[in-house]
Design a protein around this ligand. Structure first.
Ligand code: NDP
Length: 497
């Protein structure tokens, strides 16, 4: 039987005696020795990054790592240890997914970890600090985007230990042109496959679940095209509101926060051609090819007022919570005209998908959290006269939290043989006990950029959304309203009923 590809490298396992790693995949000597978090006192580091680091180490999947925090504040060693203890509490708690060896390893990493005061935008300061740590190093830029950019501009290639990996947070640039310029800056420092542009929605389980479903089932892939599929919806509706992040969100809105990045990435995995292997080069090339031919609207729907919608929440109730008007939330400037719910119709202009809308929708303060991709099939071309009860199309739902798969079918259920009944076949899909940031970091530390956004793709995602954002800014697409806790405005292509 042919050798099965390995999920980690995407290449066939080697014979005994051959190198432990596949050609083109990272070697063991490239494994990161030191993880440096720049922005160690920040919100992302405390809420998401360090808990992810904790889970990863405690699961035994990050052997031999040293963790260093850096920030502009003059933190004491005690302050840093306090932050680590708080962030690692879950991973260190008995009864979780941590192994006893993993817990020991995490305790050792914590007690060895140090904090350094650094101004990363001052010439030579970061470089001089890097000379004191063991390489290869992963430099995680958990900094405001403008600071990350400045820090990279003042860094010199010769200041980076061999094998350095740069980890960039979203947003990556603020337009196709600025993403291009940032790519050029990073390209002067390290090779493209040493740059990790984080999109934590590209967790290993999400990506592999979609690819496994599509490419391992004869039943699905031959029908996975515009001949048989009417539309694909990718929805990420949250019942959360601003969570004290107005400073960021009021400039981003639903379009930049979710659609420009996360939802386009998921769309690309839903729409891409089968990659030759699960290796980073093949998978990321398939993703890039799909995005390269995607546009919001198409020649049949060129008007962005038809192909996009935006809305903002007004006062309402979510569960027990009273939510004020978005514009009255602390830190919000009404002049920013920020949308809290958006929907765009993307068209993948190739043979497989011409004319099929991929409807991407995301928003906050909705009555029901809904995180799924829904594939709606076209009706059957003919149903013999006599059957009744067929009023909904075949649908496939891929849930992103919890990870589930549901197939809606019409079958001759119990009762009248001529009446078709709706049934739902449902199963749980694989999910990784690592938090999304643990999955991201595992790729960084092991030197596998599979789950990172490639530079050309980062630029293309801006190119796709820019016309819509320009139309919104010009006021060509009306700002609708919905009460917090409702299901959003009516009449949209997607609903949250
Ligand atoms: P914060 O403002 O909370 O933290 C920023 C950090 O950067 C602070 O630790 C700050 O240190 C440090 N910093 C600022 N200027 C300098 C400097 N010149 N030299 C060294 N350190 C500096 O931001 P977030 O943590 O929210 O965001 C960080 C990044 O992560 C952003 O790109 C954001 O878009 C992204 N992100 C954030 C998410 C979140 O939920 N927070 C989610 C997804 C992405 P000090 O306070 O000491 O100045």
């Amino acid at each position: 039987a042919p050798a099965k590809p390995s999920a980690a490298t995407g290449s066939a396992p080697h014979d005994a005696g051959s190198p432990a790693h596949a050609p083109g995949s990272p070697s063991a000597s490239e494994r990161i020795k030191t993880l440096v978090i720049l922005g160690a006192s920040g919100d992302l580091t405390g809420r998401l990054l360090l808990p992810g680091v904790g889970r990863l180490i405690a699961s035994g999947r990050a052997p031999g790592i040293t963790l260093v925090g850096a920030g502009s504040d003059n933190w004491t060693a005690e302050q840093w240890q306090e932050r680590l203890a708080g962030s690692f509490a879950d991973a260190l708690a008995p009864g979780g997914d941590s192994t006893p060896e993993g817990i020991k390893a995490l305790e050792a990493v914590q007690s060895n970890s140090s904090y350094h005061q650094l101004n990363v935008t001052a010439k030579g300061e970061l470089g001089a600090f890097l000379a004191t740590v063991e390489g290869p190093v992963a430099l995680y830029f958990a900094l405001p985007p403008a600071i990350s950019q400045k820090a990279c501009e003042v860094l010199k290639k010769k200041e980076l230990p061999a094998g350095t990996r740069l980890v960039m947070e979203k947003p990556f640039g603020s337009s196709a042109a600025s993403a291009h310029a940032l790519n050029a800056t990073l390209g002067k420092l390290v090779a493209e496959d040493h740059i990790h542009r984080v999109d934590h929605f590209l967790g290993k389980s999400t990506v592999l679940n979609i690819m496994g479903l599509r490419f391992a089932n004869r039943l699905l892939e031959p029908l996975w095209n515009g001949e048989h599929i009417e539309k694909v919806e990718i929805v990420f509706d949250e019942d959360l509101t601003l969570e004290n992040r107005a400073r960021y969100y009021d400039h981003a809105g639903a379009g930049k926060d979710m659609i420009q990045s996360h939802l386009l990435q998921i769309m690309a995995i839903m729409a891409m051609e089968p990659p030759a292997t699960l290796g980073q080069e093949d998978v990321r090339s398939s993703i890039a090819a799909v995005l390269r031919c995607s546009t919001i609207g198409n020649s049949y729907k060129p008007d962005l007022a038809d192909a996009t919608r935006r809305a903002r929440y007004t006062a309402g109730t979510i569960g027990e919570r009273q939510v004020p008007n978005y514009v009255d939330e602390e830190g919000v400037d009404p002049a920013n005209d920020t949308e809290t719910l958006a929907e765009v119709e993307v068209y993948v202009n190739n043979w497989r998908w011409a004319g099929v809308p991929f409807i991407l929708r995301s928003g906050k303060a909705l009555g029901r959290g809904r995180k799924e991709a829904v594939v709606t099939y076209k009706p059957v071309p003919h149903l013999p006269a006599g059957f009744t009860g067929v009023d909904s199309p075949t649908r496939l739902h891929i849930g992103f939290g919890p990870e589930t798969l549901t197939l809606d079918l019409d079958v001759n259920g119990p009762g009248d043989l001529f009446t078709l009944d709706r049934v739902q076949l449902e199963t749980a899909l694989a999910s990784d006990p690592l938090l999304p940031y643990g999955e991201v970091l595992e790729g960084v530390l092991s030197g596998d950029p599979l789950l990172s956004v490639r530079g050309d793709t980062a630029e293309d995602c801006w190119r796709i959304v820019e016309p819509a954002f320009a139309a919104w800014k010009a006021g060509s697409v009306p700002m609708e309203e919905y009460a917090a806790g409702s299901n959003g405005p009516s009449g949209w292509a997607t609903s949250n009923d």
